[in-house]
Design a protein around this ligand. Sequence first.
Ligand SMILES: NC(=O)c1ccc[n+]([C@@H]2O[C@H](COP(=O)([O-])OP(=O)(O)OC[C@H]3O[C@@H](n4cnc5c(N)ncnc54)[C@H](OP(=O)(O)O)[C@@H]3O)[C@@H](O)[C@H]2O)c1
Length: 328
Amino acid sequence: MKIALIGLGSVGRGVAEMVAKKDLGITITAVADSTSVCMDADGIDIHTLLARKKKSGRCGDEGVSVTELLKKADYDALVEVSPTNALTGEPSIGYIKTALNRKKHVVTSNKGPICLAGKELRALAQKKGVALRYEATVAGAIPVMHLLEHGLAGNEILAIYGILNGTCNYILTRMADEGLTYDQALLEARELGYAEADPTYDVQGIDAAIKLVILANTIWGNGATLDDVERTGIDLLTADALRLAEEDGCTIRLIAEAIPRKHILRVSPRIIPKNHPLVVEGTLNALTLETDMAKEITLIGRGAGSVETASAIIGDLLYIRNHYDKRA
Ligand SMILES: NC(=O)c1ccc[n+]([C@@H]2O[C@H](COP(=O)([O-])OP(=O)(O)OC[C@H]3O[C@@H](n4cnc5c(N)ncnc54)[C@H](OP(=O)(O)O)[C@@H]3O)[C@@H](O)[C@H]2O)c1
């Protein structure tokens, strides 16, 4: 299976490293970062690629745009792992459309295009007879999409509850465990690389809301948008609030929840018993699916990380190879 890899940052590097390390039958034939591209239909040498990127900051040469690369290169699947633009989804929506229009499969970890244009992109993929898979967009390494699609096939999904943002979970864990203030815990999260310089998307619940929209649309196809999510972040939470919860054997977590029968689509800090399955520590993610036949299933795992996210992407690629196109 030949792949075009757009983005060679944390996730792109994780994918490239695992493709080089494991015998997966995947060959990288095209790569792009923000300023350069490289292409070789016979397969790019990954060690040379990563060494060049590390030394020069570029994966290849200038002169060819990413869109041109996607139109010219020889590949079976696009792996789109460039930064999320939550306002427009661009340029990634354009990249994905270019590949789909060429009847290439697409696998992405990029939440922007799926949240903003998921319906249109899924329809285009279907029309072209190719796959659009996005396991990595929600809860990193946790294979929730695969579970919904396969293990829980035939179940009605009644509700989902999740901890979908590791940065917030880390901050809340540290506030509860060490009595830190929000600002102290945020500073620590930044120093450890868990929080961005501008943490707005995480701490105001926007990132979790985007993931909730992706899940809700995947499960119920209900055309939910970010504006439909009732959202409260953790940035105004006090150490006192956590202490009071603690006194009652509870703690506070940022919970994303979708309950269609009650018209609930919400991200908010919630007081929950400390022994609740969703109370996970540090940067972990967790997700409870409430279904009619299987009842409650809770998944816990890593929501981010270079190789962890690559796990979800490689799972999607191998699924495509096994189920869609025997030639890929
Ligand atoms: N990191 C995680 O754990 C994780 C988990 C789940 C989902 N995601 C999502 O996965 C995507 C990638 O995340 P990341 O952490 O790998 O990001 P990152 O480290 O910032 O890397 C982004 C890569 O995309 C390249 N890029 C930037 N603008 C581009 C453009 N216009 N066209 C082509 N390439 C472009 C960058 O180029 P330069 O190298 O030249 O800067 C860089 O190589 C994001 O959408 C993120 O939300 C990440």
